[in-house]
Design a protein around this ligand. Sequence first.
Ligand code: NDP
Length: 470
Amino acid sequence: MRLAPRYGHFIAGAFTDPAGDAETPAYFPSVNPATEEPLCEVAHGSAGDVDRAVTAARAAFPGWAGLRPSERAKHLFRLARRLQDRARELAVLETIDGGKPIRESRDVDIPLAAAHFFYYAGWADKLHHAYPGRGPLGVCAQIVPWNFPLLMAAWKVAPALACGNTVVLKPAETTPLTALRLGEIAQEVGLPPGVLNIVTGDGRTGAALVSHPGVDKIAFTGSTEVGKLIARSVADHPSATGAPKRLTLELGGKSANIVFEDASLDQAVEGIIQGIYFNQGHVCCAGSRLFVQESILEPTISRLRGRMRSLRVGDPLDKNTDVGAINSRAQLERITAYLEAGRSEGARFWECNGSALPRRGYWCRPCFFTDVQPSHRVAREEIFGPVLAVMSFRTPDEAVARANNTPYGLAAGVWTDKGSKALEVARRLKAGVVWLNTYNRFDPASPFGGFKESGFGREGGMQGLRAYLT
Ligand code: NDP
């Protein structure tokens, strides 16, 4: 896999040097979190760079929106196929840039990213059936986080383009490389210049994009804190037409995974592991609060500990690795502070301490807390790491009440052998997605999004188109 020493922004169909500004260096390194080695440099997007990208997207909009829908579909199909052609390269890149195990980037991130482009390609010429009389919005600003870099870009770019909008994408500071490859792929498949623009940078670049008057719609995935900043910025900075900018927010979570005494315990334990340790727990819908019915609490914990002994933590490029590197030093420090808080508030700490950890890189062993009170920070706040808070309940009513006792509402899991109980509990949970006897399953046809402080708007499925149409 080839990496250039440095990458510029992808604007109007070409990679261009950053204009830079007085305060920030024009380039910054992207680091492999498993080795702490820099991989290459990427451009820091200034307000001027953002303006060039928005201008390019605006110029491309009439042509793209006016294209026959079946022609737009062809472009999306080509993007999807090229993502598949280059899947192995993209998987390696995702893993070295972000720290996630290669098995996950190879089997989940990249195939699902391609699947999103295929899915929305299929919608491009059928929009008038689903949403008659509606059209594209214009220029969409899309800001994505570092946990699923290419997949989150696909969730946003594919429906926006299918509806005839043009895009300015801002990848996360620590994981810009697969998004930049998407720019290369757009060039390869002949996507018209300006339809997709990619500006790399940090939070300041994101803020400049959000406040730009040439933007008609903003789609953001990330922390609730930044989501609130964006909502305020949108209130203060209408688009040039005077219309308020459209906004969808996919924010944090503290999702409940509920195991009833009649569940298949081995299956549930696999689901608990998958729910919290997938992608080092850097998952907005991670099942980070486990509620186990009191009668099976002890056997569940003992099987969980047994299963965790076989988890392999380490080199993300090793196909046998289950848990890779923490995405950045800053994130590791945040997780470590939560582990301290959990201990000092009186919860009991259990850690998977199998194999030795590599000497360099950012690592956190999968772990969980028992004796957790609902008031503990580890039970209330999004940790975004491989840290599980285990609690118990007696009745279905108590399970639902405790699961809903959170400012978030992104996802939940329910484990039971009884179909009627599963459906009844799912109906009462205030969560955008409820998985039954499984966890962390994604499909382009299925809408995803939150309640309460987990945000608003849906991505995926037919519902995901609505945010990109008038
Ligand atoms: P952020 O929410 O800060 O990052 C998400 C994206 O927003 C990134 O592209 C970021 O750029 C950008 N951004 C940052 N500030 C602004 C701004 N003012 N205006 C516009 N865009 C902005 O997440 P962090 O990376 O800082 O992670 C902090 C915590 O957030 C994590 O510990 C985790 O708890 C939570 N988080 C939750 C996610 C979720 O999906 N629920 C995803 C990511 C984080 P840049 O990367 O350059 O900062």
